[in-house]
Design a protein around this ligand. Structure first.
Ligand code: FES
Length: 115
């Protein structure tokens, strides 16, 4: 589990996830600065480093487009790997059996923050 910023650091507003169900953003300073994304599912939010375990590229082609067309899974736009939202486990695609690197996030009022 990556800790990229202090607990409670605001990452985005919960409402930022409404359009696509997810949001890509940067967190951390200097060399530890990292591209992550957060996903909402029901009342829960989940965070992951934005790097596909297949070849290490960001998952999205379009801003904040991390969720598969039919919902319910995180999709890598490069070669189509699909990941479970709740734990980042790759259920199909070239990195099947691998997993996204989790980032600890939680809902705090109207915001998504570092957990
Ligand atoms: S880079 Fe993600 S599936 Fe190949």
């Amino acid at each position: 589990m990556s800790r990229l910023a202090p607990e409670g650091t605001v990452l985005c507003a919960l409402s930022d996830l409404e359009a696509t169900g997810a949001k890509g953003l940067f967190v951390g300073e200097g060399e530890s600065r990292q591209n992550i994304f957060v996903v909402r599912e029901g009342d829960g939010v989940f965070g992951y480093v934005n790097s596909c375990p297949h070849i290490g590229v960001p998952l999205e082609f379009e801003p904040d487009e991390f969720i598969s067309e039919f919902g319910g899974e995180i999709l890598c736009s490069t070669h189509g790997a699909r990941f479970r939202i709740e734990d980042g486990y790759c259920v199909s695609g070239p990195c099947s059996g691998d997993a996204l690197e989790p980032v600890a996030v939680k809902v705090d009022g109207e915001n998504v923050v570092m957990a």
